[in-house]
Each structure stands twice: as structure tokens, then as C-alpha cells.
Design a protein around this ligand. Structure first.
Ligand code: ADP
Ligand code: MG
Length: 405
């Protein structure tokens, strides 16, 4: 039987505000446990949350960038559940009236085709604290520094059809939030985490299969592996006569398997209701105009401009536009070196592999854009040759050594 895979993603991005979403505590990562938790974050009776306007601004920025309807009247709701690192017994989130409604994002696939992915909604919420199971000899420590950190949860439509598309989408979101300056994108520190909803159905079937949700996957590589592993599990299960049960699962990269965590809870299990401590948020047109005026040129527009202005292929243009730093570097190289295609090649291939080898980002490149541009100018006017044997001393560019006898 031929199977079709269906994937929808929920991405939690930590907004890069200085203070928390409902209190004045700092949001710096890695501080001593519980040094950044105020009475509000601890959920003490008698304290009241005060909404951080910067978090609202960042959410609106995101909404405008994905062409979404902005919820100009949006409402915070309590999502009730117990967890040791959630002392209030509820998380302040948004339910029926989120700040960002339906939008979309275009992603570029490996073969260069562009695919539009629907975004259902994005809502503001607070993060929970952390439970620490190590170093406490049998006990669990609770660190509430993260409690109340602003999150924007971005929910996609079930539009992805394989793991590679899912990764391309997460990369596009990652690039976008960094372009917008609303999230540092540091996945290792948990600033961007992904829940992957996966189901399979016989090819040609209209209705979706039963899905499982793999929680909190925090690297591009693991997203791809977790999805492929889960797809294999579901197909094998069904082909053996079994049935997929709707579940929340965890991915274990060491064993390359997903394991059941709990059966899927429904929205009504959480007894959502509007938070009486917070007024509805009203976003005025002038605020929208103000945020719109601050939007930078975004990856899709940059990609199109690179194609038109420099005659690059859609793939090269989208790779170069995928990070703001790389795009700026490339444009500087072209402005000096002149030949855009040559510059694109050197930035993506030669410089890219050098940076990979060194394990550094382009803003720490040992070769400046001015230097690279200057060298390309010399290659273009034939002063030097890109194949010069003088450069056989690595790493730039590599020349194959002649076989010795
Ligand atoms: P919940 O609130 O229970 O998490 P949602 O309706 O908000 O459920 O959906 C969560 C995510 O699951 C969305 O990203 C959506 O695209 C995705 N999704 C829904 N149905 C399926 C399915 N059958 N297969 C894969 N993904 C799905
Ligand atoms: Mg969900």
C-alpha cells in the first residue's frame, strides 16, 4: 500500500523581551535558579499580572510578516493544569481570540520549488518553570526563572507531506523570527521548540488519519529523524493490523524511537476561561501602522530581489536570503566584487564549507566581505586564477594532489 504522510507543527518561540510577559523579572538565560522569579511568577495570591507591551508588539510584527489577520481584540485565557513547575495551577494563554489569526509562509524546497504553508494562528502565552531531576539525590528541584517568559506559539495547518518539508518550514520560521528580531532562535537553549503532529493515510484517501504529537523536539536534525521514525512506526502498526491511538509522544534520539507519554488531552480538559485578571487587548490601527513601518525586508522579498537584481536561481537566492547576516555579507561582496553569481558561489560553497569546518557563524568569518569581494574582483579581471596552485595549501580553495607513485 502507498502511504501519504501528513504533518502539522506547533512551534513555541521565546520572545526576546527584556522582562517577562506579566512581570518585571528579567528573562536572561542561565542565571542562578530562582533569582529571576518574582511574586507574580510564583503565582502568589494577591499579585496581579501586567501585560508587557513589547511582547504584544513582537507578536503583531510576526502576524504582519506572515500576512495574517491581526486579532485587534484578543483575550488571555487560563489553561488549567497541575505541574510542579507551574505554581499557579494554570498557564495564562490565549484560546478563542488569539492575537494572530490565519496567515501563511512560503518555503523553498530542495528542488527549488516554493510551497505555501498555512498558519492557523499564533497566540501569546507564558512559559512554565523547569523541573531539575539531577543533583538532588532522589528529589526534584524547581527553577522558576523561566516561569512567565513570553512565548508566541505558532500553529501550522497540516500542510506538510514529509519530514524534509517540515524541516524547511521550521527553518523558514526560524529565519523569519530572527529577521524580525523577536526571538534569538537559540534552539539549544530552548528559545525555539517544536511539537510535531504526524499522521499517515492511504494515498488518495481524503480524510486524515489519527495523529500523534511528538513533544518538544529542539533541533532541525531531530525534527527530521523524529518524524521519519514516527511515520515508520505508524505504517508498521497499521500494516500489522493495529490502530494508531491519538497520543502525546517523546522522541529519544539515543534509541531513535518515539515513546508514548500520555494519551492526548482535549481542549476542554483544561477548562479554559477568560483570565479575570487581564483586560482584553485592543490593538489600534495606529499601533498596527507603527509596527508595519518597522518591518525589515523579509526573506521571501529578499529572495525575489536577489533573483531579479542578480539573476540568481531560486535555490541560491533563497539560501542566501535565509539569514539576514548571510544576505548582508553576500550583498557587500557583490558590491565590491561585481560578479553576483561568482559571489553567490563563493559565499555559499567555499566560505560556507570553511565556516562549517570552523564551526562559526558568518558574522565571525575570518575573511571579511570586503576581503572576499576584493579577491573576486581580481579573479574576474584575471589577475589571479581561482585555480591557482599556490592555494593548494588548504583550506581555500582545495586542489587535488597528484597521485604519488
Ligand atoms: P490541539 O489543540 O489538540 O493541539 P489542533 O487542532 O490545534 O489540536 O492541532 C494541532 C496541530 O496538529 C496543528 O498544527 C494541526 O495542523 C495538526 N494536525 C491536526 N490534525 C492532524 C493530522 N490528522 N495529522 C497531522 N497533523 C494534524
Ligand atoms: Mg496543541
Amino acid at each position: 500500500m502507498q502511504w501519504e504522510v501528513v504533518i502539522g507543527l506547533e512551534i513555541h518561540t521565546q520572545l526576546a523581551t527584556q522582562s517577562k510577559i506579566f512581570s518585571g523579572s528579567a528573562t536572561t538565560f542561565g542565571s542562578e535558579p530562582n533569582t529571576q522569579a518574582s511574586l507574580v511568577d510564583l503565582g502568589m495570591p494577591g499579585t496581579l499580572p501586567v501585560l508587557n507591551q513589547e511582547a504584544v508588539r513582537m507578536a503583531v510584527k510576526f502576524g504582519l510578516a506572515i500576512d495574517a489577520e491581526i486579532g485587534q481584540h484578543n483575550v488571555f485565557a487560563r489553561k488549567n493544569y497541575f505541574y510542579p513547575d507551574l505554581p499557579k495551577g494554570y498557564q495564562i494563554s490565549q484560546m478563542e481570540l488569539p492575537i494572530v489569526g490565519k496567515g501563511h509562509l512560503d518555503i523553498t524546497l530542495e528542488d527549488g520549488t516554493v510551497k505555501r504553508v498555512g498558519i492557523t494562528r499564533a497566540h501569546l502565552e507564558e512559559d512554565a518553570g523547569k523541573s531539575l531531576h539531577e543533583d538532588f539525590s532522589g528529589a526534584t528541584g524547581i527553577d522558576l526563572n523561566r516561569a512567565g517568559t513570553p512565548l508566541l506559539e505558532i500553529v501550522s495547518e497540516p500542510d506538510m507531506r514529509n519530514a524534509k518539508e517540515a524541516v524547511a518550514y521550521v527553518k523558514a520560521i526560524h529565519a523569519l523570527v530572527r529577521y524580525l528580531g523577536i526571538c534569538d532562535g537559540n534552539m539549544a537553549e530552548g528559545s525555539l521548540r517544536c511539537d510535531c503532529n504526524v499522521s499517515v493515510r492511504p494515498k488518495g484517501q481524503i480524510e486524515f488519519g489519527t495523529r500523534c504529537e511528538i513533544k518538544n523536539v529542539n533541533s532541525f536534525r531531530f525534527i527530521e529523524k523524529a518524524i521519519n521514525t514516527e511515520v515508520r512506526r505508524q505504517i508498521e502498526l497499521i500494516e500489522d493490523g493495529g490502530k494508531v491511538i491519538q497520543q502525546t509522544r517523546l522522541y529519544d534520539p539515543n534509541k531513535d524511537e518515539t515513546r508514548a507519554m500520555r494519551s492526548k488531552e482535549e481542549a476542554n480538559d483544561y477548562r479554559y476561561f477568560p483570565d479575570p485578571d487581564l483586560l482584553p487587548v485592543v490593538i489600534e490601527d495606529t499601533f498596527l501602522d507603527d509596527v508595519r513601518a518597522q518591518l525589515p525586508e523579509l526573506p521571501p522579498q529578499k529572495r525575489e530581489r536577489f533573483q531579479e537584481q542578480f539573476g540568481l536561481s531560486v535555490y541560491d537566492a533563497s539560501v542566501l536570503a535565509s539569514s539576514r547576516e548571510q544576505a548582508d555579507y553576500f550583498e557587500k561582496v557583490v558590491s565590491i566584487g561585481g560578479d553576483a553569481k561568482l559571489a553567490a558561489n563563493w559565499v555559499m560553497v567555499e566560505l560556507g564549507s570553511l565556516l562549517n569546518k570552523l564551526g562559526v557563524d558568518i558574522d565571525q568569518a575570518p575573511v571579511t566581505a570586503e576581503q572576499l569581494g576584493g579577491m573576486l574582483l581580481r579573479i574576474s579581471d584575471n589577475t589571479i586564477s581561482a585555480r591557482s596552485p599556490r592555494w593548494s595549501s588548504r583550506p581555500w580553495p582545495m586542489v587535488k594532489a597528484a597521485p604519488t607513485r
